[in-house]
Design a protein around this ligand. Structure first.
Ligand SMILES: [Mg+2]
Length: 165
């Protein structure tokens, strides 16, 4: 059983430029891969947890989310960093189109993505934490009973080093 670092995607690993969904739109945060390497070296499972209401809004589809995450995983790997898992929530309770309009416990501030990962992988809640840039990230962490750390921008590795210290 390992503890996990749950990382928000937009505003943490890459800039939140407004529904980025293609690799050429991804502005990787300074220190992002060094931060993931640091978490890997600390023995933590590293999981990305990201609301992707752009799917609900019809801006892109889940195949594009999957392709973006494969690209991010490859970028990390090229830098010697390992992203162990990705979870995304494509739903939106009021703006979603068709089957994507619904309340989902996986959509942050709900804890569903964190809870699912804790269930699907051999992970322990104890020692796990989340890094996010919004209130809803921290609310999701609180609902899952783990600490949440608000990333204010800047160098992600320096921020993560401070958490692990
Ligand atoms: Mg964010």
């Amino acid at each position: 059983m390992r503890s996990a670092a749950f990382l928000d995607r937009d505003g943490v690993l890459i800039a939140d430029t407004g529904y980025p969904h293609r690799p050429e739109q991804a502005q990787v945060t300074p220190g992002a891969w060094a931060a993931v390497r640091r978490l890997n070296a600390a023995g933590l499972f590293v999981a990305v947890v990201t609301n992707q209401a752009g799917v609900a809004r019809g801006l892109y589809d889940e195949a594009q989310v999957a392709a973006m995450h494969l690209w991010l995983r490859a970028q990390a790997a090229a830098a010697g960093a390992r992203l162990d898992a990705f979870a995304h929530c494509p739903f939106h309770p009021t703006e979603g189109q068709g089957r994507y309009r619904r309340d989902s416990p996986r959509r942050k501030p709900g804890p569903g993505m964190i809870e699912d990962l804790l269930r699907f992988f051999p992970l322990r809640r104890d020692g796990s934490f989340l890094v996010g840039d919004r209130d809803t990230d921290l609310q999701a962490a609180a609902a899952a009973g783990i600490p949440g750390h608000r990333f204010p921008g800047g160098d992600l590795d320096a921020f993560v080093a401070g958490i692990l210290a």
